[in-house]
Structure formats: structure tokens, C-alpha cells
Design a protein around this ligand. Structure first.
Ligand SMILES: [Zn+2]
Length: 247
């Protein structure tokens, strides 16, 4: 009974706050009282969120996604690094476009690659939530959901929506774009060995599907900056392992 009374007063308080937020300047006194209560309310809210997070972590569907996960309201960042994986989706309206910093780094990488005789093409970089919806639905229709979940992200979960993921291939061999044949070529091997020098990591390495949630993709690179990329490359790890995050 105590609880329901408390909930009611919270509802009333929320209503007051909403009114204050939408209302005119006369509501100043009311606002002050509300803001004193706000921190209490926030603590309650945080408690609830932590409990909910723990509970849902255990239940994943066949594709590796948390069952009945609520849509994201903000982008997950750790130490300033944007995380996008099956555990941490992005809001549908998160639309930063292609990262300029990542594009500049890619151009430098390409200039360096030319000295060794390679020319790369970033054939897919930023993808909007809407674009990913179309792609994923097509793959699902073609290969079935279970197979599609291993290589294509559901809308809101694609790292391409961050603007920091670059799908890279040999510009002279477009037939190998988005194929692991690329990883077997001299160009693919060169990229795997050198991308970190320009801030890119191979995001879904071989034998790391249990960590990243995705099968090996020799073409999918993620910009994280030179320092972190070098560390991850030297450790032979993944972004999830580096940050101690769930995939
Ligand atoms: Zn990709």
C-alpha cells in the first residue's frame, strides 16, 4: 500500500513538473519546489533502470538480441567511444552522417596504401536507420532471419548508423566487396595489418562471433582513433573486450 501511495505522489509530481515546463513564468516557485524533488526522483529512476538492465541481460533471442528491449533513447558511449552492437542500440533518429574524421583518416590510409600498390574503396559507410531497415528486411527475406542476424544488423543496431564504420574493399575488385574472399587477397591482408595505423580496427574478426555477435567480416572496419586501434590490434582483441563491454 505504501508503494502505491508513493507512485501516486510521483505521478502527481510529474504532472506538476510537466505543467511547470510547459507553463508560463508565474510558475517559478513551483519550479523550485519541483527541482528539489527531482534529484530524489532521478535516484529512484536510476535504481529501476539498473534492475531492469540486469534482468534483461539474460534473455536473448536466437539472433543474439535482448528480448523485448526498449528502443534506445540515447547513444551508448564509454570514454567518449560510441558503442553500437546487439546489446546497445541507437535511437532511430540518431543520424550523425559519415564522420569527417574517419573519412580523412581513410583518405590518408589510402594514400599510404598506394605506395604498396593498393587502392581501396569505402563502398559503404554511413547508413541511416531507414536504409538499414530496408537492407535488413531484404536479407531476412532472402536468407531467413537466423542467417541474416549473423551478418546484418537489425535497424537501430548497425554500427554503420554511427557514421564511424567503413566497409572497405579493393577498388579494382568490386566483385569481392562484402565478401570474405577479400580477406584472402594480398590487398585484404595488407589492410588487416595496416588499418590500425590510421585509426581503424577490423571490427568483426574471425573466431570472435561470441564476443561481437557477428560472423567474420574481413571488410568491415571501425574508426576508433590511432591509439585505441593500435592497442586493440596489438592485443588481437575486439572493441567489446577493450572496453569490457557486452556484445
Ligand atoms: Zn559493414
Amino acid at each position: 500500500m505504501k508503494c502505491s501511495k508513493r507512485s501516486l505522489s510521483l505521478v502527481a509530481l510529474t504532472a506538476t513538473m510537466l505543467l511547470a515546463a510547459c507553463g508560463d513564468e508565474d510558475a517559478t516557485t513551483e519550479k523550485q519546489t519541483s527541482s528539489q524533488e527531482t534529484s530524489k526522483q532521478q535516484v529512484e529512476k536510476q535504481k529501476t533502470e539498473v534492475t531492469t538492465e540486469k534482468k534483461v541481460e539474460e534473455k536473448r533471442d536466437a539472433g543474439g538480441y535482448i528480448i523485448d528491449q526498449k528502443p534506445a533513447t540515447e547513444v551508448k558511449k564509454v570514454n567518449g567511444i560510441v558503442i553500437a552492437n546487439k546489446r546497445y542500440p541507437m535511437p532511430g533518429d540518431y543520424a550523425p552522417g559519415e564522420s569527417k574524421e574517419a573519412r580523412t583518416a581513410f583518405e590518408k590510409l589510402n594514400a599510404f596504401a598506394k605506395k604498396s600498390g593498393y587502392t581501396f574503396n569505402a563502398f559503404s559507410t554511413y547508413r541511416s536507420y531507414e536504409r538499414q531497415t530496408v537492407l535488413y528486411e531484404n536479407y531476412k527475406a532472402k536468407d531467413g532471419q537466423k542467417a541474416a542476424d549473423r551478418y546484418s544488423a537489425r535497424p537501430g543496431f548497425s554500427e554503420h548508423q554511427t557514421g564511424l564504420a567503413f566497409d572497405i574493399g579493393d577498388a579494382n575488385v568490386p566483385n569481392d566487396f562484402a565478401s570474405n574472399r577479400f580477406g584472402e587477397t594480398e590487398a585484404g591482408k595488407w589492410l588487416a595489418e595496416n588499418a590500425h595505423k590510421y585509426g581503424f580496427i577490423m571490427r568483426y574478426p574471425n573466431d570472435k562471433e561470441d564476443v561481437t555477435g557477428y560472423m567474420y567480416e574481413s571488410w568491415h572496419f571501425r574508426y576508433v582513433g590511432v591509439d585505441i586501434a593500435t592497442k586493440i590490434y596489438n592485443d588481437g582483441s575486439t572493441l567489446e573486450e577493450y572496453l569490457g563491454m557486452e556484445g
